[in-house]
Ligand binder design. Structure first.
Ligand code: NAX
Length: 334
C-alpha cells in the first residue's frame, strides 16, 4: 500500500457531503489501494453535527480510512492537501439578490483560495462544487497565485450525467451506452447541453445521437431545457436539492482527474479558459469537453460548432463574464 493522501471536503456537515464521504472513504475515487486522511471543514455552528458524521465514518470501519480530522479552522483543513473538494458555500436565501450571493461567496472562496496558497501542496487538485461554482472556482484560483491555474476545476459533471441520462431514457439504453455529450459554459440555467458530437451504442454499433433520436426539435428544445432545469425539478419534487446525484458526479469528476478518462471518451468540466478554444474569452472559468491523462486535463479541440451552438455558447460566456466582473469588484474591495 502507498502513503495516505490528504483529501479535504468542505461543507462536510451538509447533505451532499453526507452522500459523498462514504464513496471517497471506501475507495471509489482514488482506488481500492490508496489509503487516505479525510479532512472535514464546516463552520463553527455545525461542529456538533460534524461530530456525528465523524462517528458514522468511524462506524463504517473502512480499511482505507487512516484518519478523520473535523475542524472549523482553515489552517488545519488546508494543510498539506493533495485534493480539495470545496462543497460548502453560502446558500441563496429567500429574497437574496444574485449580487449579494456572489459577494458572500467571494468572501468565502477568497479566504479558501488564500488558505490553499499558504497551506496546501502546490500539486493540490481543487474541485469546486459550491454555487455559483464557476465563479467561486475562479475566485479561489485568483486568490492562490502559487498554485497552477490548471489545478482548479469546477463541477459540471452532474449536468453532463443528466444529459447522458436523458438521451439514454429516450433511446431505452443505459447511460454507459451514451458518450461524449458536452456541457458548455456556466453551471446555471444558461449552460448549453450539446449532443451534436455525442454517440450511442445501439445493437453493438456506435451511431450519432442525432441519427438515433431522429427528432431535432426535441434535441434543440425540451432536451436542453430539461437538463438546464433539472436541479429545480428535483427541488420541486424532493423539497431538497440534488444530493445523491451530486455526490456521484463529484466522485466521477474527481476519479477522472486522478486516474484519467477512458480512451475515446471526453467529459465536461469547468476549467480556466486561456482564450484559445472555441472563441471563449481568456480568463473565464468555463465548462469544456476535456480528456485527462497523467492528472492533466486537455480541452478537446477541433469540434465543429454550428450557428445554433455558437449562440448558446456565447450566451453562457456572457453570463460568466458578468459574474466575473461582479466578483472582481468584490475581490478588490474585500
Ligand atoms: P447544504 O446546505 O446541505 O450544506 C452546505 C454546508 O456548507 C453546510 O453544512 C454549511 O454549514 C457549510 N458551509 C457554509 N459555509 C462554509 C464555509 N465557509 N466553509 C465550510 N463550510 C461551509 O448544501 P448541499 O446540498 O450540500 O450543497 C452544497 C453546495 O453545492 C451548494 O452551494 C449547492 O448549490 C451546490 N451544488 C452544486 C452543484 C454543481 O453541479 N456544481 C450541484 C449540486 C449542488 O446544488
Amino acid at each position: 500500500m502507498c502513503d495516505p493522501i490528504n483529501v479535504l471536503v468542505t461543507g462536510a456537515a451538509g447533505q451532499i457531503a453526507y452522500s459523498l464521504l462514504y464513496g471517497i472513504a471506501k475507495g471509489d475515487v482514488f482506488g481500492k489501494d490508496q489509503p487516505l486522511v479525510l479532512k472535514l471543514l464546516d463552520i463553527t455552528p455545525m461542529m456538533g453535527v460534524l461530530q456525528g458524521v465523524v462517528m458514522e465514518l468511524q462506524d463504517c470501519a473502512l480499511p482505507l480510512l487512516k484518519e478523520v480530522i473535523a475542524t472549523d479552522k482553515e489552517e488545519v483543513a488546508f494543510k498539506d492537501l493533495d485534493v480539495a473538494i470545496l462543497v460548502g458555500s453560502m446558500p441563496r436565501r429567500e429574497g437574496m439578490e444574485r449580487k449579494d450571493l456572489l459577494k458572500a461567496n467571494v468572501k468565502i472562496f477568497k479566504s479558501q483560495g488564500a488558505a490553499l496558497d499558504k497551506y496546501a501542496k502546490k500539486t493540490v487538485k481543487v474541485v469546486v462544487v459550491g454555487n455559483p461554482a464557476n465563479t467561486n472556482c475562479l475566485t479561489a484560483l485568483l486568490s492562490a497565485p502559487s498554485i497552477p491555474k490548471e489545478n482548479f476545476t469546477c463541477l459540471t459533471r452532474l449536468d453532463h450525467n443528466r444529459a447522458k441520462a436523458q438521451i439514454a431514457l429516450r433511446l431505452k439504453v443505459t447511460s454507459d451506452d451514451v458518450k461524449n455529450v458536452i456541457i458548455w459554459g456556466n453551471h446555471s440555467s444558461t449552460q448549453y447541453p450539446d449532443v451534436s458530437h455525442a454517440v450511442v451504442k445501439l445493437q453493438g454499433k456506435e451511431v450519432c445521437v442525432s441519427e438515433a433520436v431522429k427528432d431535432d426539435n426535441w434535441l434543440k428544445g425540451d432536451f436542453i431545457s430539461t437538463v438546464q432545469q433539472r436541479g429545480a425539478a428535483v427541488i420541486a419534487a424532493r423539497k431538497l436539492s440534488s444530493a445523491m446525484s451530486a455526490a456521484k458526479a463529484i466522485c466521477d469528476h474527481t476519479r477522472d482527474l486522478w486516474s484519467g478518462t477512458p480512451e475515446g471518451e471526453y467529459v465536461s468540466m469547468g476549467v480556466y479558459s486561456g482564450g484559445n478554444s472555441y472563441g471563449v474569452p481568456d480568463g473565464l472559468l468555463y465548462s469544456f469537453p476535456v480528456t485527462i491523462q497523467n492528472k492533466t486535463w486537455k480541452i478537446v479541440e477541433g469540434l465543429k460548432i454550428d450557428d445554433f451552438s455558437r449562440g448558446k455558447m456565447d450566451a453562457t460566456a456572457k453570463e460568466l463574464q458578468e459574474e466575473k466582473d461582479m466578483a472582481s469588484e468584490f475581490l478588490s474591495s474585500e
